[in-house]
Design a protein around this ligand. Structure first.
Ligand code: SIN
Ligand code: FE2
Length: 212
């Protein structure tokens, strides 16, 4: 039978074991998520963090939630206080938690309770080198990653750094959820191409919800 809804947003694409792309899942919530990002970054501004090795990251970051991901001279850590402002990270805006939980549930992860949301801002040229998200203690919980604005090429590999990479274009409103067997898979973002997005201008924003 002809499925009239097959290409109607949102739709799901399998990415790997325990990993799913919810295409355009955030379209309806995009305005609320972007105004949430604006209010968080008014309190805890975007900044380019410096890695323990002394390298300034090209992606600008801030956080909301009870803890936030940050760096110091010794390593990467979750902290309750934004080292830049000396204040607690802003709480998650009201739209964030229910949206992240709904996405997790649709990808097969019930009862997701994220306490941190890292907010990444990519300008043209910004990239995120291949890495594992391994600073969380709750490795049974998924990562819920929301893409807004300019498109970017997401690399998704395997447990070893040199495993073959899938490359998928993530567009405005796409959500990737990975957990279970793929929770520690290497992933990254290729350098952002120049562009103009009607909603976010010259930027791509990414939210990653984590249970730390
Ligand atoms: C991340 O790996 O933390 C972010 C990925 C993305 O920007 O899509
Ligand atoms: Fe990551």
């Amino acid at each position: 039978m002809l499925d009239l809804f097959a290409d109607t947003p949102p739709w799901q694409e399998p990415l790997g074991p325990g990993a799913t792309i919810l295409r355009r899942r955030a379209l309806a919530e995009a305005d609320a998520l972007l105004s949430g990002i604006a209010s968080v970054s008014a309190q805890s501004p975007f900044r380019q963090m410096v890695t323990p090795g002394g390298y300034t990251m090209s992606v600008a970051m801030t956080n909301c939630g009870t803890v936030g991901w940050t760096t110091d001279m010794h390593g990467y850590l979750y902290a309750g206080v934004d080292p830049h402002t000396g204040q607690h990270w802003p709480p998650m805006p009201p739209a964030f938690l229910p949206f992240a939980q709904a996405c997790a549930r649709e990808a097969g992860y019930d009862h997701f309770q994220p306490d941190a949301c890292l907010i990444n801002r990519y300008a043209p040229g910004a990239k995120l080198s291949l890495h594992q998200d391994k600073d969380e203690k709750a490795l049974r919980e998924p990562i819920v990653s929301v893409s807004l604005g300019l498109p970017a090429v997401f690399q998704f590999g395997g447990l070893k750094r040199n495993d073959p990479l899938q490359r998928v274009l993530l567009e405005h409103g796409d959500v990737v959820v990975w957990g279970g067997e793929s929770r520690l898979y290497y992933h990254g973002i290729q350098p952002l191409k120049e562009g103009h997005h009607p909603v976010t201008g010259a930027f791509r924003y990414n939210l990653t919800f984590r249970h730390t």
